[in-house]
Each structure stands twice: as C-alpha cells, then as structure tokens.
Design a protein around this ligand. Structure first.
Ligand code: PPS
Length: 295
C-alpha cells in the first residue's frame, strides 16, 4: 500500500501545550467518548520505555502463559493504544470495540491529556519508566523508522529537541514525575525498564501481585522466555513487522532495535553528555525519582 506523502512527516500539533503526532492529536476529540471500566488495566509510559515488552508480559499473564493465544493478533490490537490514529489503520478506539473485558490498554499521554474516565474509574495503572538517555537514543531511531513523526534531523538537533520537550508527548522529565506523584492518590505500579532487564522474574512477581493473580513458577519462566528481547524481536505479533513499510521501515531501524541499557554511550558525545547531565540535574532536582543509566 503506497500512502500519500501528506500523512507523513507532518509537524507536531500542540494540544494543551503538549506536542503530539498530528493524527494522535486529532484522535483526542473522539477519545472523549471512551468509557473506562474498573477492571481495565492501563499500561502507561513515555515512548520507548519498554511499553511493548510489558504489554506482552501482561497479555501472557492474562492468558495464563498460553503462547498460542498470545499469537492471536499483533500487540497493538491485543492491547489497544488509546490515542492511536493513522489514516488507513484501525484506530485505538476501533480496536477497543472488539476487545473483551478484562481489557489491557496502552497510552503515552501525559496527565493533562489523559481521559478523565480512567481516573474516575480508578483503573489500575502499570507505569514503566526508562532512563532518559536511552529513551532519547531509542526515540531518535524510532523517529527515523516511523514516518508519522516529523523528520528527526541530526542526532545533535534531535537531542536538543528532546531536552526541550519538543518531541511527541512533550518533556520526559514531566511525564515520569507526574505519574510518579500520581501514585499517592491512584493505584499505580511504577516499574523501571532497567529493573526488568536486571531481574525480569522479580518484576513479574510485582506485576502478578498488583493485578491479583498467581501463576506456577514454570509458567512464569515460560513468560520470561517468550518475552525476552531475542524472542520478541523474531515474533511478528510483537515486533510491529505486520505494519506496512510506509508506516514503519524496519530496514531503516528495527522496532526491536537493541533492547539494552546503556546504549546511549555509543551515541552521546562527551560534550552532549555533559550538557545533558547539567540540564537533567536542574529538571530533576526536586524529584525523589532515581534512574540507572547503566547496569
Ligand atoms: S513504543 O513505540 O513507545 O511503544 O516503544 P516501547 O515498546 O516503549 O520501547 C521500545 C524499546 O524497548 C525495547 N524492547 C525491549 N527491550 C528489552 N526486552 C524486550 N523484550 C523488549 N521489547 C522491546 C526496544 O528494543 C526499544 O528499545 P531500543 O533501545 O530502541 O532497542
């Protein structure tokens, strides 16, 4: 399917001060009709923080580790992406219509744009955060391969935009902190990508406890294996390869790119790192959140 150029590489559109992919900004109006259910589970992240990984883990948990059931559809259909909208593909809202309860939902929205119904219904949230440097690098490659984003420009100019929060979904600093603070009033399990890399079993135990389920040890081991980076990279139902190349060109950069902590070291120059660290210290000064940028 050859798509017209007019739907790709459009400038970001600001909604309540938050820059968004234009089609996603357009989806926020219709999303007002979305009704959350108390038994929904929301997976919330800043982009490139391990969303797909945690979605796959949760779908496996919800299907008692049955790999065949988790092959029923691509991950973006099994776990509808609320604000997703791109001409020619089913929107998040459309995917939701065929999703039986209990539903897994995905969003990257900051709180200013989150549908209020999710808060009103006290929907449980699993938030996944990843260190900002690896997010910036992953996001840069994603901008290249997913043409719904504006052109990323050079790495140096993209990093400046990332630091200024002028990338889709706005500033990383605010996103990770506001969802962290929301823990005080809302049921949220706050996870870190780096902890999942370090010890996936420990993090899956936390998830099971939070969602009130238990599974035999051997099923948990199967889930760890099935959701490893190596397996997910080869799994067409997890790696986004079922989408047309017009939307995501895996030859430019694979969606499942490296899946490690500390890749930023191969990309940041010494000068970029110093500048980033100084800005980061300022932005995160008042936060109790601590990240690990290497393991
Ligand atoms: S998105 O588009 O925002 O939903 O992307 P998201 O899934 O949040 O993040 C993509 C990055 O997560 C890596 N990834 C994984 N790492 C480890 N293990 C597993 N199973 C896994 N699955 C996805 C993916 O490779 C992207 O990171 P980078 O650093 O680009 O490799």
């Amino acid at each position: 399917m050859e798509q017209g150029q007019d739907i790709f590489r459009l400038p970001l559109e600001y909604v309540k001060g938050v820059p968004l992919i234009k089609h996603f900004a357009d989806a926020l109006g219709p999303l007002q009709s979305f009704q959350a259910r108390p038994d929904d589970l929301l997976i919330s992240t800043y982009p490139k923080s391990g969303t797909t990984w945690v979605c796959e883990i949760l779908d496996m948990i919800y299907h008692d580790g049955d790999m065949e059931k988790c092959q029923r559809a691509p991950i973006f259909i099994r776990v509808p992406f609320l604000e997703f909208s791109v001409p020619g593909l089913p929107s998040g809202l459309e995917s939701l219509k065929d999703t039986p309860a209990p539903r897994l939902l995905k969003t990257h929205l900051p709180l200013a744009l989150l549908p209020q119904t999710l808060l009103d219904q006290k929907v449980k949230v699993i938030y996944v955060a990843r260190n900002a440097k690896d997010v910036a690098v992953s996001y840069y490659h994603f901008y290249h391969m997913a043409r719904v984003h504006p052109d990323p420009g050079t790495w140096d100019s993209f990093l400046e935009k990332f630091m200024a929060g002028e990338v889709s979904y706005g500033p990383w600093y605010q996103h990770v902190q506001e969802w962290w603070e929301l823990r005080n009033t809302h049921p949220i399990l706050y996870l870190f990508y780096e902890d999942m890399k370090e010890n996936p079993k420990r993090e899956i135990w936390k998830i099971l406890k939070f969602v009130g389920r238990s599974l035999p040890e051997e099923t948990i081991d199967r889930i760890i294996q099935y959701t490893s980076f190596k397996e997910m990279k080869e799994n067409p139902m997890a790696n986004y390869s079922t989408l047309s190349r017009d939307f995501m060109d895996h030859e430019v950069s694979a969606f499942m790119r490296k899946g490690i902590t500390g890749d930023w070291k191969s990309t940041f120059t010494v000068a970029q790192n110093e500048r980033f660290d100084a800005y980061y210290a300022e932005k995160m000064a008042r936060s109790s959140l601590k990240f690990r940028a290497q393991l």
